[in-house]
Design a protein around this ligand. Structure first.
Ligand code: NDP
Length: 315
């Protein structure tokens, strides 16, 4: 991808809705097949701790998605003052419930509840949002496991939009365990040349100006502006921020859209794909659990295109 100017009609909008619809229709067929074979649909338990308003909106969207594809969504509402022991007991009960195929715990958790308490308790086979170290390890080593859904969505959106990644210079801004780091690993799996930037990075703009593809997951509105981007770059904005009551990303859309060749909208970019992919993870969890219960343990499966050594090592 050589740098090109922004198309005369503005950048290509990498909308999530059509990709999400495609994923959901496949998932709905898989759910139906599972239900007719096993007499019940795959199930997703959503543990919500405290009544955090933005989380509640997100959870309603997930429950709507569950209904639209036939997955049994179950909301487990706990008080914001719930003890670690009680939270653990709830997760342990869901681990043991054969009608629950996947479990997600809505973040952020109240301060007194360390994420490690959740991760510690969650059955990796039901960890459909890829939080557990076992799944993180599988991702790191290149095996099939549950991927953190948002990171998965960002990369899936690029792939399904036909954006080439192999050999491309990609900058990921943000290195959280749930978004930035897994996104970088997935991009590496696609053979991109990946740089990860974070709060201690010196001269973020210098890194960004080199990037053909930029993925931003920080949580700071307007952090990335058009003057920091390479002409013709492709931008995936994962950030979700509320500014004056409106949802905005981490990228300053007005200035970026004068420079880039393609960009995700916020809202309407990564979000819908995240939601649809979560459904697909639940179905896979259900299928894997049924197979394991029947004594068919899934072998470690390598994923991604194998590395292809080239004479000279670079091009
Ligand atoms: P975290 O707060 O966990 O991580 C933020 C990352 O950004 C950190 O790695 C931090 O660096 C880095 N960072 C902070 N300030 C800067 C800066 N000035 N320059 C460069 N890097 C910086 O957030 P998450 O990863 O959980 O979420 C990121 C964003 O993605 C949020 O806006 C969140 O709302 C959104 N999100 C969107 C989802 C979707 O479906 N679209 C789902 C989940 C999240 P350091 O590590 O050094 O602190």
């Amino acid at each position: 991808m050589s740098p090109t100017a922004t198309p005369p009609n503005g950048p290509r909008l990498l909308a999530g809705a059509p990709i999400a619809a495609e994923i959901r229709s496949r998932v709905a067929a898989d759910v139906e097949a599972f239900r007719s074979q096993h007499g019940h649909p795959p199930g997703l338990a959503i543990v919500m701790v405290g009544a955090d308003a933005p989380s509640a909106v997100y959870l309603r969207q997930i429950l709507r998605s569950c209904r639209s594809v036939g997955i049994e969504g179950r909301l487990v509402e706990l008080s914001g003052r719930v003890s670690i022991a009680r939270l653990r007991r709830e997760i342990t009960a869901l681990n043991a419930d054969s009608l629950v195929s996947g479990i997600i715990v809505q973040m952020p958790l109240p301060r007194h509840l360390p994420l490690s308490a959740v991760i510690d308790t969650l059955d990796p086979a039901k960890d459909v949002d890829g939080l557990h170290p076992l799944n993180a390890g599988l991702l790191t080593l290149g095996y099939e496991g549950f991927l953190p859904t948002t990171a998965h969505a960002a990369v899936e959106l690029l792939k399904r939009s036909g954006i080439p990644l192999e050999g491309r210079r990609v900058v990921v801004v943000g290195r959280s365990n749930v978004v930035g780091k897994p996104a970088a690993l997935l991009l590496l799996r696609e053979h991109a040349t990946v740089t990860i930037c974070h709060s201690r990075t010196r001269d973020l703009a210098a890194h960004l100006r080199e990037a053909e593809v930029v993925v931003v997951a920080v949580g700071r509105p307007g952090l990335v502006t058009g003057d920091m981007l390479r002409p013709g770059a492709v931008v995936v904005d994962i950030g979700i921020n509320v500014v004056d009551g409106a949802l905005v990303g981490d990228v300053d859309y007005p200035s970026a859209s004068r420079v880039v060749s393609a960009i995700t909208p916020v809202p309407g970019g990564v979000g819908p794909v995240t939601n649809a992919l979560l459904m697909s993870h639940v179905v896979r969890a259900a299928q894997t659990q049924v197979a394991a219960a029947a004594g068919r343990r899934a072998p470690l499966t390598p994923v991604g295109k194998p590395a292809r050594p080239r004479a000279g090592g670079s091009r």
